[in-house]
Design a protein around this ligand. Structure first.
Ligand SMILES: [Zn+2]
Length: 706
């Protein structure tokens, strides 16, 4: 096999999908309680020939121009706010005017910036990337303005909601260094601009990576003949296999030859190795400088202050408490995999990193007669979506309607309008971009391109986008989902519902704009529905005959086989969380690859291949989850508490669903996540369900739970 354009890499290929929210930004479009037309001051989002809540077709230069226009309009509004004579300063003409301006700006620019991750035209995508940079720089500059900061502080909120908005706004300014002398403030701003540029470039490198391997058909033995036939053929009769997620996973799961999986593992984990490793290390250095300027010892201290966890030590105590019991479980898991490997290769001495996904699949086949390819045939994407929308529609009293003929950035993108079931009021739009494409973001994410908020007596409707990379339809078969892909679809839909059901009055506090260690709560909660036997049946239907649901015995096997994935999934979450914390509690130069390798081996007992560069593809570290990856595990505690409540009342119980909608999903960041959760549960959350799912005893030393 040959590797062409070996440039970048991704997570240590543990089978579990990388779950991400894009840096969920603020708003943009219009949804609301009574409205449909954009309020005055916001240009119509759609172009003349477009239908849909956001524009998707642009001529060269247009994205840039629209982004600049948004900045000019916002700056003019800021100038008016700053110029307000102090005697006439009010919440309305200052705090709320600022909030509306920021909301309008974000809601105009976010949909443009999205094009950087999804647009098929490389020139337009490049402009989208530039919009991402411009947005970052604009917001940094805005929240570094002393005149605006002083103006905010001279307003007196009239309601608890305004007090919440003021507190969050003032904290955003303070986090940017507004308590510093002007000279240091300017320095922080410059460092943040540099950091933003590095982060945007890191992601763009991955989007544009085209690492491809070339295999003779015989080398791909173990894969379905139809799968092999779907890879592009060269004139020599060899097949080209990309390192995009669906291709990667199909080879790692099915290829019987270890050297083929190794080649794929090395290529995947070396994408953009050189360039992105450098960018990440540079970013960590800049973050250290910013933290120091702001008076924090480490970047983690700066980031974690004000979140649920409160401080770095409570995060480290939480993560450390999981380490020993998870290592024990990981070692036992690896011993099981080694047994399976020895049954195939009697002389095998160890489980290599490129064996794990394959051996897990083999274990599932033996232990549970589980054949993923066979299971997929019961889950064509349309059937799963229909079932998912029915389920969540029934839980939260909404309905999803597909908007046919809507214009989008690619013909396979789908648009849904979400309405309240009670009176049919439209409440939000959801885009689903399901399949891989050249130049597209390569994993799974949900992005709030338009944040819901009140404006001029109307509610601006949120727009959420799920960017996915499912296996595309092939050979007359629709896209067929595996159980872990269904879980991922549920996860991203959990994020989307958090965004779409928001009724928060302010864009800044809307939907998923909440504490970063709470944001994965609704998404990870919804994952659990994907493993409920009744739900699985209800979203299934053989693709050749949709009225044939998955048989009960197969469902049992699917659910039982999940237990095999739990240990490696939790171990990967812990390894990546510790890796992140080690990067961001350091105070000097960091060798990210060295830290990643050591941490991974320490947590799982398996050493990554020394010639891999996982950090170069660890998108979370350059996409808002820096000193925040622990949030997956932290939020999981709360997510499983929510699910426990449904297990008591029924997984399809509308009363509990509506309680979750009203107490958590609609509220966005109008109160701390912990308080919202307490309101939902009627008690303080505990961590029992979390420990039970991992299969370990709660650790008595230290606060093992958040
Ligand atoms: Zn997520």
């Amino acid at each position: 096999m040959l590797v062409s354009s070996l440039r970048k890499s991704a997570a240590f290929g543990m089978g579990a999908l990388a779950l991400a929210v894009f840096a969920v930004a603020a708003c943009g479009c219009l949804h609301q309680t009574t409205k449909t037309a954009p309020p005055a001051g916001i240009p119509n989002e759609s172009g003349p020939d477009e239908t849909g809540p956001i524009r998707a077709n642009f001529s060269p230069g247009e994205l840039t121009q629209l982004s600049e226009t948004a900045a000019v309009a916002a700056n003019a509004s800021f100038a008016r706010i700053a110029a307000q004579p102090s005697g006439s300063r009010t919440v309305e003409n200052t705090l709320l005017a600022f909030e509306t301006t920021v909301g309008d700006y974000r809601n105009m620019v976010q949909p443009l910036a999205l094009m950087g991750n999804v647009h098929p035209d490389p020139a337009i995508a490049a402009e989208g990337i530039a919009c991402q940079e411009a947005e970052g720089a604009f917001l940094t500059a805005t929240y570094s303005r002393r005149d605006l900061f002083d103006a905010m502080q001279n307003t007196v909120p009239r309601t608890p909601e305004e007090a919440r908005l003021l507190a969050v706004t003032v904290r955003a300014f303070e986090k940017n260094g507004l308590s510093l002398p002007d000279e240091n403030l300017a320095r922080v701003q410059a460092l943040k601009d540099d950091l933003n540029r590095l982060e945007v470039r890191f992601q763009a490198n991955l989007n544009n990576d085209s690492t491809t391997l070339e295999f003779a058909p015989g080398e791909l033995e173990g894969l379905d003949a139809s799968k092999i036939a779907s890879f592009p053929e060269t004139t020599n009769g060899t097949r080209l296999v990309s390192t995009r997620y669906p291709d990667y996973i199909v080879v790692m799961t099915g290829a019987t030859r270890g050297e083929i999986r190794k080649a794929m593992y090395l290529a995947y984990n070396n994408r953009q190795a050189e360039e992105n490793t450098r960018l990440l290390e540079e970013a960590i250095g800049l973050r250290q400088e910013i933290a120091r300027e702001l008076g924090y010892s480490t970047w983690a201290d700066h980031r974690i202050e004000g979140r649920m966890a409160g401080n770095t030590s409570s995060v480290m105590r939480f993560l450390s408490s999981l380490q020993a019991p998870l290592l024990e479980k990981s070692l036992a898991h690896t011993r099981q995999l080694l047994e399976v490997k020895r049954s195939l290769e009697p002389a095998a001495a160890q489980v290599n990193p490129w064996d794990v996904i394959y051996l897990v699949e083999q274990t599932k086949r033996r232990k549970f007669s589980f054949d993923e390819e066979q299971v997929r045939t019961y889950f064509p994407i349309d059937r799963v979506l229909e079932g998912l929308f029915q389920l969540t529609g029934s839980l939260f009293a909404v309905r999803f309607e597909e908007v046919k003929g809507a214009s989008a950035w690619s013909p396979d993108v789908r648009l849904f309008l979400v309405r309240n079931e009670s009176d049919g009021t439209p409440i939000g739009h959801l885009y689903l971009d399901p399949y891989p494409r050249e130049g597209k973001y390569g994993h799974f994410a949900a992005e709030n391109v338009v944040l819901g908020h009140e404006r001029d007596g109307q509610y601006v409707m949120p727009v959420a986008v799920i960017v996915a990379n499912f296996r595309a339809p092939e050979h007359g078969r629709p896209s067929l989902l595996a159980p872990d892909e269904i879980e991922t679809l549920f996860h991203e839909t959990g994020h989307a519902l958090h965004m779409l059901l928001s009724s928060a009055p302010y864009a800044t506090l809307s939907g998923a704009e909440c504490e970063w260690d709470f944001v994965e709560t609704p998404s990870q909660a919804l994952e659990e529905w994907a493993w409920d036997p009744d739900i699985l049946v209800s979203i299934s239907g053989k693709y050749e005959n949709l009225s044939e649901p998955i048989p009960a015995d197969q469902v049992e096997r699917v659910v039982a086989s999940r237990t095999i994935d739990l240990t490696p999934t939790y171990a990967r979450l812990l390894a990546n969380s510790l890796e992140d914390m080690r990067y961001h509690t350091a105070t000097g130069a960091v060798d990210v690859t060295g830290v990643a390798h050591r941490t991974y081996e320490e947590v799982t007992g398996i050493a990554p291949h020394p010639e891999t560069h996982q950090p170069a593809t660890f998108e979370h570290m350059m996409g808002g989850y820096d000193a925040g990856y622990y949030g997956y595990l932290w939020s999981k505690v709360y997510a499983l508490e929510i699910v426990d409540e449904f297990r008591r009342t029924g997984m399809t119980d509308r009363a509990t669903g509506m309680r979750l909608r009203h107490t958590v999903l609609e509220r966005g960041n109008m109160a701390d996540g912990g308080l919202l959760l307490e309101e939902f549960l009627g008690r303080q959350p505990g961590a029992e369900a979390f420990f039970e799912q991992i299969g370990i005893d709660p650790v008595p030393t230290g606060p093992a739970s958040p």
